[in-house]
Design a protein around this ligand. Sequence first.
Ligand code: NAP
Length: 334
Amino acid sequence: MTVKVGVIGTGMIGSEHVGRLSRQVVGARVSAVFDVATERAAEVAAPAGATAHTSWEALVADPGVDAVVIASPGELHPDQTVACIEAGKPVLCEKPLATTPAEALRVVQAEAATGRRLVQVGFMRRYDLGYIDVKKAMSDGTIGEPLLAHAVHRNASVPDFFQGEMSMTDSVVHEFDVFRWLFDSEITAVTVVPVKQSPLGAPHLRDPQIVLLRMTGGEVVTVESFVNCRYGYDVRCEVVGSLGTVSLDNPRTTVVIGGAGRSERMPADWRERFASAYLTELQVWVADVAAGRVDGPSAWDGYAATAVADAAVTSYGKGERVDIDLAAKPALYA
Ligand code: NAP
């Protein structure tokens, strides 16, 4: 079966997803796209042989669309995701599921009311081979009982529109999800600690910062967020267990030896570092949809990450620890 996918939002990541679905993912084709930027949508639709719709509602209703990818701005995700649920169509919604916990919970409740999983959230790190190895070492006893983790999330730079809080909602939100997944546990409290500011960052960024996460089991995660580190894209972590540690490093591709030195290049950005994770995410999602199921990061995961991001923004403003009180988890996500 070929899964006919409609893509809402053909900006930076939406157009990349269209390319992957059209050229690389087995068993899929892009049958429709929509973007308010109609010229961009038409440009993306043409090489894929897709219809460019005049509204996202028309795309969701199109009988030629079996499943939907949402890559529009985050505040539109809840309405668009709920429309897919109501149409009974599987949907891969880019992060964030919503920009407020209440809106994310609305999606959770809409899906739970149907009694079946239709929603997957675009937390692609769960498909990265490095993170998969870290999870294996944490669960097969290799490092004993996992106790704590240290993580760094550094971007070379961010665009001018990037505000300080966005380091929590757009960047460290990936750590919120991935450490919930690695520890198989919820985050119960978050504290954002200001750090001496880099003289090279815009003053409104308050960059870098340390984010402390406390997990249900008492484990603690420290995340360094540095969105203006200048030298490249650098995402790493080390999990410390009672018997050993496991570290996620940047994937090694090329080592240059010369000039009395040895060097490796850094990934330029998230597109390069996680290219294969995005592809695997889409390939697994398409195969699942063809098999009549949705199995990846759930609407509950999207809600929990949004709740942590919301608490982190509060902590960023107040400089205090903020506890996180999640709603009751519907049985669908047990
Ligand atoms: P982007 O380049 O701004 O693309 C968003 C597109 O959606 C733009 O073309 C925008 O048009 C369009 N749009 C605006 N209103 C719309 C509507 N009502 N319906 C459909 N499309 C609409 O943003 P992006 O970087 O691709 O990000 C899109 C989403 O993906 C965000 O939620 C972001 O957080 C997420 N994302 C996830 C990852 C990841 O690692 N998983 C990475 C990057 C982005 P205009 O430009 O005319 O407003």
